[in-house]
Design a protein around this ligand. Structure first.
Ligand code: FAD
Length: 221
């Protein structure tokens, strides 16, 4: 892309761009998992009644979606849980962030997933979906039966997952390679259909694998 085209594109993009400030970054061990606290002064979070996703600018005209969790509408702050293990611009962006940095985002949109009132919820996904599940838990409030399984690449992240999310009926499973969701499929295969007649299943994560998991759930009735 030549300089003139870049300038024209950034002028076209600029009315839609908002800024947010990185307040803090906490890394898990190993650091391919990062919690990023943000302040988004332009963002009205009061009407968030479903899990949201924010389209961040992670490079020149390159955008990636991340899910805000733990939001506080009064202070306009939230936390992203970003997996930085992939060889892509989103992961590189996540690795580069430090407290005090300003970041740009195009907008916030709904995932259209909300906790179904009065129904048991089962969350199924990978590490990129932890923010999404935290958002659903925040919306569900206390007293809702939450269970499910999250598949993680790093053994130590499973320990940290357990420490951070005690009190959930959520299990952590081991992903043996980056695209191996076998353990999650096994977990679904082992579910008792009788016990889950009223359950609502929420799937989030690597889209190719989630499509397979949805098919498996359908096959199981
Ligand atoms: C609505 C929505 C919400 C999202 N929320 C989050 C979030 O809260 N946290 C988060 O970490 N990510 C989230 N993601 C995923 C995120 O937007 C990026 O897709 C992810 O960070 C990878 O981007 P990248 O630029 O690093 O890699 P890309 O350039 O997109 O891909 C680089 C390589 O990594 C592989 N790859 C990408 N993702 C995965 C994966 N999950 N498993 C295995 N291989 C993969 C690709 O196949 C490719 O080979 C969300 C995505 C969507 C659509």
């Amino acid at each position: 892309m030549n300089k003139l085209t870049q300038k024209a594109l950034s002028l076209a993009e600029s009315p839609f761009i908002h800024s947010a400030k990185v307040l803090a970054v906490r890394t898990w061990e190993p650091d391919s998992m990062r919690e990023i606290d943000l302040h988004l002064p332009d963002c009205d979070m009061r009407r968030w009644n479903s899990a949201q996703h924010i389209k961040f600018k992670v490079g020149n005209f390159v955008y990636r979606d991340y899910t805000p969790s733990g939001w506080d509408a009064e202070t306009r702050t939230c936390t992203l849980i970003v997996v930085t293990a992939h060889d892509g611009p989103g992961s590189r962006w996540g690795r580069s962030l430090k407290a005090g940095n300003m970041v740009s985002y195009l907008g916030v949109d709904s995932s259209h997933q909300q906790p179904a009132p009065g129904r048991p919820l089962v969350f199924l996904g990978d590490e990129t979906a932890i923010g999404h599940f935290l958002a659903l838990r925040q919306l569900a409030g206390n007293g809702v039966a939450i269970s499910g399984a999250v598949i993680l690449s790093e053994e130590h992240h499973r320990d940290e997952f357990g420490q951070y999310f005690t009190g959930w009926g959520l299990q952590s499973l081991r992903k043996k390679s980056s695209k191996d969701y076998f353990e999650l499929e096994e977990w679904v295969t082992g579910l008792s259909i009788e016990e889950h007649k009223d359950t609502i299943f929420y799937l989030a994560g690597y889209s190719r694998e989630m499509v397979k998991l949805r098919r498996l759930l359908r096959r199981r009735g």
